[in-house]
Design a protein around this ligand. Sequence first.
Ligand code: DOR
Ligand code: ZN
Length: 346
Amino acid sequence: MNPPDSITLTRPDDWHLHLRDGPEMAAVLPDTARRFARAIVMPNLKPPVTTVAAARAYRDRILAALPQGMDFEPLMTLYLTDATPAAEMRLARESGFVHGVKLYPAGATTNSASGVTDLRKCAAALDAMQEVGLPLLLHGEVTDQAVDVFDRERVFVENTLAGLVRDYPRLKLVLEHITTREAAEFVAAAGPQVAATITAHHLLMNRNALFQGGVRPHHYCLPILKRELHREALVRAATSGSTKFFLGTDSAPHARHTKETDCGCAGMYTANAGIELYAEVFDQAAALDRLEGFASLHGPAFYGLPRNTGTITLKRIPMAVPGEIPYGAHTLVPLRAGGTVAWSLV
Ligand code: DOR
Ligand code: ZN
């Protein structure tokens, strides 16, 4: 049977997204809202979104920036710190608009300086989250600079995640943007309270892409791209049909000059092709029939939210990717800039 040239899905959601704030947010938001009904919005602003009040204000700014006629619901998150009180977790659950709490190990990535230095300091908050059913979203990398950057996720899974799952057996956990075979295997083997998101870029590229013809700052993100064997394991997990794996783009916009510099920022911008890139992956794996589960069904089931009611249609028509995209006072360079993606949204 020939693979289909057109596919219609329940409208998808993005379970891991960076929207930033102000004019930059206004510049990128329509790319996501055109494709996704909802997105889990990361709280790593400056200053970070650590309270329900701050999340409410951020949510209001996002909704105010949404162009007329676009239908999109931001699912807000809080940024966990060593000092997050348990009471804030209960407020978060009661708010109805906070859907998760993000753990950045302090120093692991962009704007993570206020993150967690020692999980034991968060015991009361984690207990409360477990009790009220608020998911913990993990940036799963150790920060020990003695650990090789390519091993930081694997070591986190072994040294931190395993203990967290043991100590909080009913806590809902999402291991965000997994990049290794070990992470995929851990999640697949864990109970139903443990899930993972996978980005399109980690499904499409291995670490060779960092050095394709020269150093490639627009392919630098955290967790960093890994070896081909890991990419293959991620594709198997994403296309397996397992409800533990779902779509999270981790689209992370940065102005061009902050990436093309001697100490460039981590993050790839993919929101402009946020579903189309995944269609490429699932098509290449002859698994287009599993895209809807991954993109539209497994996430809401895990988060206890209703499925979206609308649909989108993708066609096997190449989409041109611009060389750069306006980004507030600057521009950003999307993934595949100047190239094409094999599928288009119609
Ligand atoms: O590449 C990344 N960019 N990884 C992260 O964890 C953070 C993100 C960002 O905020 O730019
Ligand atoms: Zn992220």
